[in-house]
Design a protein. Structure first.
Length: 430
């Protein structure tokens, strides 16, 4: 067999590119994440077309002109579609730029097929320790509970501090959240509470902090009594991790002493309660006696500054809190009309059945409306404003008057008045 040399090269690139697990192929600089520097990863090489018996594979790492051959192996068909090789912390021990590539000699001889070089940027500089997230609506004892304003059904607001950090416009920040069944963030994680979210920082995030709302349904609902959550965040520049925060802890207890079941559940603990959204059926034009004053209030779950976060809208629902009326019947129903402000309102083709009184939660009833009722218009020059009108039908027949009205717009929230409107802001960027 002919002696092969590292200088043997084919004319041009004939082999497919390799990949490195955990490093985005679109990251041309190939910044190696800190966890890979500490724990290593794998090189992925696609099995080449037209294989022959005893094909020879070399994998090389070129750093500063010094070429290290990491692997030298023979392969005969058949083989799996991809071949995997460990890229260890020892291979990545030296800071700087490294070029990773492979060569294949068909049948173990001739001129090799060479892959493109994969650039890796290695930097062991310790990451900065960033300030931990805090929870601006928690009590002084660190609790989110049934008295939290805005209510927990609107999500948990996390404050991420950017002051005294190298954060800049264009950087990426990633927030992590995990729930626990203890008050100190210990023990096994609670299923269906983990979440992570990545945003690109804009100028609005550069005022010392930014806010993010962790959605209730997808990350908070299973946390009921004597629970907690831990949040932390990371800062990336050009795809490279430059800082990681300490962990922030918030306690969560949605049980009110003397009441059965957590807030947002009925007395049996059923998160769906007895509420049903069903197709609307026609009603008579006149239903007899109409009440002359409002019997119930409608409130919208929002952030403290009066805006609903995009992360809440991303769940697909807008939650309203309907205050139970003094006089109730099992067959009570709600209908709504909605539309862009200034245009005719459209009667929703669904209705909301509040269900048996015994199945309704104490005080207020959270009702989820599809966010699709309020779509953002394409590239709007100004915020899109919606108007919505609720009508309460007692026993499914008698219309209570006047209807409850509110408007959605992208500015600020005004408090609900018993006669009139409220406005709800919807920012379409996080």
């Amino acid at each position: 067999m002919t002696m092969k040399k590292a200088t043997d090269r084919s004319i041009g690139i004939l082999a497919s590119p390799l990949s490195v697990e955990g490093i985005d192929d679109n990251d041309l600089d190939g910044y190696v994440p800190r966890n890979i520097l500490l724990n290593g990863t794998r090189i992925i090489i696609p099995y080449w077309p037209g294989p022959e018996p005893l094909d020879e594979l070399w994998i090389e790492l070129d750093q500063g002109g010094t070429v290290t051959r990491l692997y030298e192996k023979f392969y005969s068909p058949p083989q799996p579609p991809f071949l995997y090789f460990n890229l260890t912390p020892a291979h990545l021990a030296t800071d700087g730029v490294a070029l990773l590539s492979y060569l294949v000699w068909k049948g173990g001889g001739g001129i090799p097929d060479c892959s493109p070089e994969r650039k890796l940027t290695i930097d062991h500089t310790p990451t900065l320790v960033l300030n931990e997230p805090t929870f601006c609506h928690a009590t002084i004892w660190g609790y989110l509970n049934n008295k939290t304003v805005p209510p927990l059904t609107s999500g948990a607001t996390v404050l991420i501090p950017t002051a005294n950090s190298p954060a800049a416009v264009g950087d990426k920040a990633k927030l992590y959240w995990q729930g626990y069944s203890s008050l100190n963030g210990s023990g096994p994680p609670v299923p269906d509470t983990y979440g992570d979210w990545e945003i690109t920082l804009e100028q609005k995030h550069m005022n010392g902090h930014w806010l993010f709302v962790v959605p209730f349904d997808s990350n908070l609902r299973p946390l009921i009594e004597n629970a907690s959550a831990i949040a932390h965040w990371q800062l990336f520049k050009g795809g490279r991790l430059v800082g990681e925060s300490k962990k922030g802890l918030v306690k969560i207890d949605r049980v009110t002493p003397g009441e059965s079941g957590p807030f947002g559940l009925n007395t049996q603990g059923d998160g769906n309660m007895a509420i049903k959204i069903v197709p609307r059926t026609p009603r008579p034009e006149f239903n007899g006696v109409k009440n002359i004053g409002p019997l119930a209030d409608i409130a919208i779950d929002t952030l403290a500054d009066g805006l609903i976060a995009k992360s809440v809208l991303d769940t697909g629902f807008v939650t309203i809190n309907f205050t139970r009326a003094a006089e109730e019947f099992d067959e009570d129903e709600l209908e709504l009309e909605h539309g862009v402000k200034g245009q005719a309102l459209t009667l929703w083709d669904q209705k909301i059945q509040l269900g048996p009184i015994a199945g309704r939660p104490v005080g207020t009833i959270p009702i989820q409306l599809p966010a699709s009722l309020f779509p953002e218009r394409p590239t709007p020059a100004t915020p899109t404003t919606y108007e919505v009108m609720f009508q309460l039908y007692k026993q499914g027949a008698v219309l209570m008057n006047p209807p409850m009205c509110w408007s959605l717009l992208s500015t600020r929230l005004h408090r609900l008045v018993r006669k009139g409107q409220i406005s709800m802001g919807i920012p379409w960027s996080r």
